[in-house]
Design a protein around this ligand. Structure first.
Ligand code: AGP
Length: 607
């Protein structure tokens, strides 16, 4: 939830750190700071607010010669988002500086104990106890790994931190437990960061740290140790195919718009290597040695949860697998009764969502197999699941998830076909029409996206003054209606509710009036007649209606929005970007901070 970067190399470190923090701002941005060791002391710069406030502070400094240092961009969990609580935090003697992402769950107890030992604290954060503990550890040993290991043996909770010392300029120590942290291995320079985009422009060679691992590094070397045993750990350097452009805006005004327009490429990439068009087979080798589940529990949050709800309709219809879709923060506290033939499918773009991770750990603790479906290679969900299938959507920077959901729907669709095939219950025409449809879908979408955006922009001028919106759908369009509502509220701050269209008459319809418009998904499927009668009920009460529909559905509503007709569930890949672009254009029209909406973070790594 916070962004960390540490650098040691041949470049001036302050610009490298600031640039890296810019790429991590989506992880949290209510305060920022950096520190470096130079001429025998720690130099510390911190500011509350966005990163540019810190940059202004740095601009007034003369040239800074440091070639190593640590940086942090924060999303507050303990302590107000102000300068005093901004990272880095120092020990009492100003010998050490530390930046941290995570939550030290027993920090109060540790703080009280340290205060009794004469320590004084400068902040309200949980982080500060970490640097004080390590300072105490260094009173017992001159070995940093030993001192860090001793300190962490007292800590409960999650952490990913980086540490520097004024007596060892160029040296960086970092460790992780339940929060993401990775190494960037360069030539004559090394990085530690929360996420790949922080250093992608300098190196694509990455080492993913696991929980319980500590790294000691400088400009020319790095070594990973087990925190507990301090034994060296051999690690693999992985090459990341993402290019810098993929993590930048590529000419679009916002990351969100770029990522919406990336969806045709995302569909291609997600399908890559998974469709045998000649033999008409779906290939998911990662799952070949797992039995087809007797029942599936999909566990996720937010947009990923909506993707799971959507997939439920397909799994039941084409793979004959009963499915329960669970909000992870509820699932993790349930008294679960699971049979051995059941399977948990954890969906997470970031692979770091705390509630989803807790669901995985709960299921695995009961001996239930878990399949992770995520976007970030080497993420914690990926490493803690029994099997992982990657959506291959590339970095999703905008807080609002768009292309990630598209890739999740593709992969879930493939998973339905794959398990349906294995069970020999998948109708052949479904398989061939799906494979054929997926082949042409990216090109159709590429052509249609500019038109969808134009329509969304014109509607936004008409509806931007609404204070509330209903989003209605039936069948697989019901989860999409919920997603449309989530997108609108999270970036335009307009209240919106996604509802099953048939449920309106059970109360919510009392809200309908001219100032409370409805966005309906009235597509040309077997449920269209039912949706039409629901919309008549809305119109009879003066409610204005935008309706996504297909040609020749003869829909009489305030604003019909025709989109190309595709086959079956493939229509969802045209509906989804329309909903995303409607929310996007409404937020832009209202002048909102589209990529970094208030109160939100890209990855919710605490519960
Ligand atoms: C979606 O636009 C939101 N950013 C949020 O609901 C997100 O989908 C949710 O936090 C789950 O994140 P994950 O997929 O990374 O686990």
């Amino acid at each position: 939830m916070c962004g960390i970067i540490a650098y040691s190399g041949h470049r001036p470190s302050v610009p490298v750190i600031v640039e890296g923090l810019k790429r991590l701002e989506y992880r949290g941005y209510d305060s920022a700071g950096l520190a470096f060791a130079l001429s025998g002391q720690i130099h510390l710069y911190r500011a509350s607010g966005k990163l540019e406030v810190l940059e202004e502070k740095l601009a007034s400094e003369t040239i800074i010669h440091a070639t190593s240092g640590i940086g942090h961009t924060r999303w507050a969990t303990h302590g107000l988002p102000n300068e005093q609580n901004a990272h880095p935090h120092l020990d009492p003697t100003r010998k050490l500086a530390l930046v941290h992402n995570g939550i030290i769950e027993n920090f109060q107890k540790l703080r009280e104990k340290l205060i009794k030992q004469g320590h004084e604290f400068q902040s309200e954060t949980d982080t500060e106890v970490l640097v004080h503990l390590i300072a105490r550890g260094l009173q017992k040993t001159s070995s940093f790994p030993e001192a860090i290991s001793w300190a962490l043996s007292q800590v409960e909770g999650s952490y990913a931190f980086a540490l520097i010392c004024k007596d060892h300029p160029g040296k960086i120590w970092a460790a992780r437990q339940s929060s993401p942290l990775l190494l960037g291995v360069g030539t004559g320079e090394n990085f530690v960061a929360s996420d790949i985009p922080a250093f992608l422009q300098y190196t694509k060679e990455v080492v993913f740290l696991e929980d319980g691992e500590l790294v000691e590094m400088d400009a020319s070397s790095w070594q990973v140790y087990s925190i507990k045993t301090l034994k060296p750990v051999t690690k693999k350097v992985q090459h990341i195919a993402w290019d810098v452009q993929a993590a930048q805006k590529g000419g679009f005004k916002h990351f969100m718009l770029k990522e919406i327009f990336e969806q045709p490429r995302v569909i291609r990439d997600c399908l890559a290597g998974r469709l045998d068009r000649k033999d008409e087979r779906v290939l998911l080798a990662e799952l070949d040695d797992l039995p087809v589940p007797g029942r599936l529990h999909i566990v996720a949050c937010g947009t990923s949860y909506h993707a799971g709800l959507w997939a439920k309709y397909l799994f039941e219809k084409w793979a004959h697998i009963p499915v329960e879709v669970e909000i992870a923060s509820e699932f993790r506290y349930r008294h679960l009764i699971l049979n051995p033939d059941e399977l948990v499918l954890a969906i997470s773009q970031s692979g770091e969502t705390a509630d989803t991770l807790a669901g995985i750990r709960l299921a695995r603790g009961k001996g239930i197999k878990v399949v992770g479906l995520c976007n970030v290679v080497g993420s914690t969900v990926a490493r803690e699941s029994d099997r992982v299938i990657y959506t291959q959507a590339g970095p999703e920077i905008s807080v609002a998830s768009t292309k990630a959901m598209c890739s999740q729907l593709v992969l879930l669709y493939l998973l339905t076909l794959y398990w349906g095939q294995r069970q020999r219950v998948l109708p052949h025409d479904v398989l061939s029409r799906s494979i054929h449809g997926f082949s042409s879908l990216p090109d159709i979408l590429e052509t249609e996206l500019p038109r969808l955006r134009e329509k969304a922009a014109s509607l936004s001028q008409e509806y931007a003054r609404a204070r509330s919106f209903f989003f209605l759908g039936r069948g697989i369009n019901y989860p999409l209606a919920m997603e449309g509502a989530l997108k609108l509220k999270e970036i335009s701050y307009i209240h919106a509710e996604g509802y099953a269209a048939g449920e309106m008459k059970h109360g919510p319809i009392a809200l309908i009036e001219p100032a409370f418009p409805t966005f309906a998904l009235a597509l040309n499927d077997e449920l269209l007649p039912k949706v039409k009668s629901n919309l008549k009920e809305v119109e009879a009460r003066g409610g204005k209606i935008i309706a996504l529909t297909h040609p020749r559905t003869d829909l009489k509503v305030t604003h019909p929005w025709e989109i190309p007709l595709l086959w079956g569930p493939l229509n969802s890949f045209m509906v989804l970007p329309a909903l995303q672009l409607f929310a996007y254009e409404m937020a832009v029209y209202l002048g909102k901070d589209v990529d970094q909406p208030r109160n939100l973070a890209k990855s919710v790594t605490v519960e």
